[in-house]
Design a protein around this ligand. Structure first.
Ligand code: IMP
Length: 415
């Protein structure tokens, strides 16, 4: 069996949570493969609110197992806190012992560096994501498996703090002494060791046994460290290829890829956003779409659908289909804009330039509609909404497989 995948096509926050939650009901295992607790979504089940940042959405399906792969950076503190929402996690949650940890100093470095960047700040979530991946690449990071010997880990970390005393001093960071570090790590070990596993072998076994495995991407394609709007990106490979590295799969293990997009576009943090609308329309999208970050509470920047970026993202991820989320947020707009090309140095460009700072979007305008709220069949959509979907399929060269018409799990059109 091959694993199916959900991947973000824009700058994250596309509404992956709703689709993964919906799909997770039909899977035996749900796996995260990159990112950390910078991601986040809220799921309501029977009136109870669950905030998920690291734990895969399959946790709300009692029959599914949930895997946090080696490519995820795990803050032990954040994971332990998140686990408190659930009972009986044993045998339902497995965390790779190869996953790198986000330790407190990573978080402090992230926040201190953002301050130092001033006007050039990336607008990170301040969760230590970049510094933890940085340590991993630099080969000075620490994996969760090292919690099996906290004495040695505390010793190594203490030496690291000592060697880098000047750096920490300059950033105004106070590092813990050996004793308090050891106590902290012992706490992590006690809570997390029962959940550590060889998740690579586990996913292989699941696929070999013909179990249905869903791979849950975090963030979005335009935040990919290699293929996004660098340096205003996150520090992991958010694209579908990231799942191979972040779980130990081969490209041949990947089956259907569903790309998640909003019917418009949003971005949190800084960096280029060609179709951003700083006027009334952008404000209307923000208010109607309740565009506030789940992890950080920051207001999201809003704008129109960028079909050029979406076509690029669809190609790079190998999307078999798109899920168009929050179509209802476009209700009531008289005209709806779609970016079909850019103008760069007076020329029309239909591919995604590396430098998105100096592009002017070229828009096509389509007629709006009154309401699509709660539509559950394609035929229930107003003709102009159908025409909008058809046009997106055409320009992005990807078929639309799912349309979401309200936050409710049931208000979803599956084509
Ligand atoms: P970091 O991942 O905290 O290092 O932040 C880097 C960039 O990615 C910032 O612009 C963040 O706002 C953005 N980012 C990180 N995680 C998410 C997410 O889950 N949704 C949307 N943006 C994100």
């Amino acid at each position: 069996m091959k694993a199916n995948m959900i991947v973000g096509i824009q700058w994250g926050d596309e509404g992956k949570g709703k689709i993964v939650d919906l799909m997770a009901q039909n899977y035996d295992a749900v796996c995260r493969y990159q990112g950390g607790h910078n991601a986040g979504h809220t799921i309501w089940v029977d009136g109870v609110r669950y905030a998920l940042h690291l734990i895969p959405s399959g946790i709300l399906n009692p029959k599914a197992i949930n895997i946090i792969g080696n490519g995820v950076v795990v803050s032990p503190e954040a994971l332990i806190e998140e686990m408190k929402q659930f009972e009986n996690l044993q045998e339902r949650l497995f965390v790779s012992d190869k996953a790198h940890m986000i330790l407190k100093h990573h978080i402090l470095i992230d926040q201190a560096k953002e301050k130092l960047r001033g006007a050039k700040a990336i607008g990170t979530t301040g969760r230590g994501i970049g510094p933890s991946y940085g340590s991993k690449i630099e080969r000075s990071g620490h994996r969760l498996g090292e919690l099996r010997d906290t004495q040695k880990l505390a010793q190594n970390l203490s030496e690291f703090y000592e060697e880098n005393r000047a750096l920490f001093g300059a950033l105004g960071i106070v590092t813990p002494d050996f004793e308090s570090l050891k106590i902290e790590l012992d706490g992590y070990a006690q809570a997390l060791l029962p959940f550590l596993a060889d998740t690579t072998q586990m996913v292989w076994d699941l696929l070999d046994a013909n179990k249905r495995v869903l791979l849950e991407g975090a963030q979005g394609t335009l935040l990919d460290i290699d293929h996004g709007t660098y340096p205003f990106v996150t520090s992991s490979n958010t694209i579908s290829a990231g799942a191979c590295v972040g779980l130990g799969l081969s490209p041949k293990d990947i089956g259907k890829v569903t790309g998640i997009v909003k019917a418009y576009c949003t971005r949190v943090g800084n960096g280029p956003f060609p179709t951003e609308d700083r006027g009334e329309d952008g404000e209307m999208l923000r208010v109607k779409g309740k565009e506030v970050g789940t992890s950080t509470g920051r207001a999201r920047r809003c704008g129109w659908f960028d079909a050029v970026a979406c076509r690029y993202a669809s190609r790079i991820n190998g999307c078999d289909e798109l899920a168009i989320m929050k179509l209802d947020v476009l209700d009531g707009f008289e005209r709806i804009k779609v970016c079909v090309a850019y103008e760069v140095d007076g020329k029309r460009v239909e591919t995604l330039p590396q430098d998105l700072d100096n592009v002017t979007p070229i828009y096509e305008e389509l007629p709006g509609w009154e309401s699509v709220v709660g539509c559950r069949k394609f035929d229930d959509l107003p003709p102009s909404a159908k025409a909008y979907i058809a046009r997106l399929e055409e320009i992005t060269q990807t078929k639309v497989g799912i349309i979401s018409t309200s936050p409710d799990r049931n208000d979803t059109i599956v084509l």
